[in-house]
Design a binder for this molecule. Structure first.
Ligand SMILES: Cc1cc2nc3c(=O)[nH]c(=O)nc-3n(C[C@H](O)[C@H](O)[C@H](O)COP(=O)(O)O)c2cc1C
Length: 286
């Protein structure tokens, strides 16, 4: 990592402008309460083209401190992260994760790992069998812990002006990724994250989301919260934003049908239950 000066907190437009970009409408609340953290979170966009500039010293450690500051189920802290900077290793991971070239390009790749091995070692040190480790809920808690930690790290990295993109492609072939990273039994990389300075020659856009009332239910779940007309309007908005960014103009509905309409779109992840068992997770205790 280089010791170049950290960029200052990125200049972001107003909360209202960010809301408008995210939803395509002015905010439901005319004056959203100001917060630099909320603004940074609302300005997120995945970055898939990176400059070769190295990361400043300390941002990795600050990001992992933010990750470890996230809430964690029963303080189990059932996750680890493997920071990969070695170029040839990143290139091999890029290939294993669906030939996603940006993994080789970005100076840092973080593999976010559900880690039940450390907890198994605690049982071992105390000569105790831990049946709770094999419960599906414990695995789920590990996945939740990992995701919360990773997202805190993402927010920390973005606050320094860095760009990130998550990489679910590491689940295409979890055993090969585990071998590449030297992961022990009862651990698995559930997703990765490429990190680096965005390549300004490839500008990114804020990707619109469904209207807020689709996801925000008040008091009780409202099954009628998302109408067909709202989906159609969102399809059109996403299509238009993608087209103006020079991307294939695909609607959300089209993308979801392609993603979920055939298990081959999971690129090997459909065999996750077998892979998990091969990697030492049982997930079957009563
Ligand atoms: C767990 C997870 C895995 C992802 N995996 C990939 C991936 O393998 N490749 C990729 O290009 N983007 C990946 N993404 C990024 C999503 O496609 C992206 O977040 C989504 O389209 C919304 O766009 P935005 O992040 O720019 O708002 C992943 C995101 C998440 C949360």
């Amino acid at each position: 990592m280089s010791d170049i000066t950290l960029s200052s907190f990125p200049a972001l437009s107003s909360m209202n402008a960010l809301w408008q970009a995210r939803y395509g409408t002015p905010p439901a609340i005319p004056a959203l309460p100001e917060s630099p953290v909320a603004r940074s979170l609302m300005a997120h966009r995945s970055v898939r083209a990176f400059s070769s500039a190295p990361l400043p010293d300390g941002v990795l450690e600050a990001a992992v401190a933010a990750a470890q500051s996230a809430s964690t189920s029963s303080n189990m802290q059932a996750w680890s992260v493997v920071a990969v900077q070695d170029g040839p290793r990143r290139a091999r991971i890029a290939e294993l994760a669906g030939a996603q070239d940006f993994i080789a390009q970005a100076p840092l790749f973080l593999a976010w790992v559900v880690d039940l091995a450390r907890l198994a070692a605690v049982g071992h040190a105390h000569d105790r069998v831990l049946p709770g480790l094999d419960c599906l809920d414990t695995f789920l808690a590990g996945v939740m812990d990992t995701a919360l930690a990773a997202q805190n790290a993402a927010a920390s990295l973005e606050s320094y002006g860095l760009g990130i993109v998550y990489v679910g492609g590491v689940r295409n072939n979890p055993e090969a990724i585990a071998a590449e990273l030297g992961l022990p039994p009862r651990t698995m990389a559930v997703f990765g994250m490429s990190v680096g300075y965005p390549d300004r020659r490839h500008p990114t856009t804020i990707k619109p989301r469904l209207p807020q009332q689709s996801v925000l239910h008040r008091e009780r779940y409202d099954a009628a919260a998302t109408t067909g007309a709202e989906i159609a309007a969102y399809d059109e908005r996403l299509r238009a934003v993608r087209a103006s960014a020079g991307q294939p103009a695909r609607s959300w509905s089209e993308a979801m049908l392609a993603r979920l309409g055939d298990v081959s779109a999971l690129h090997g992840r459909e065999r996750l239950p077998q892979a998990l068992r091969a990697m030492g997770f049982r997930l079957d205790q009563a």
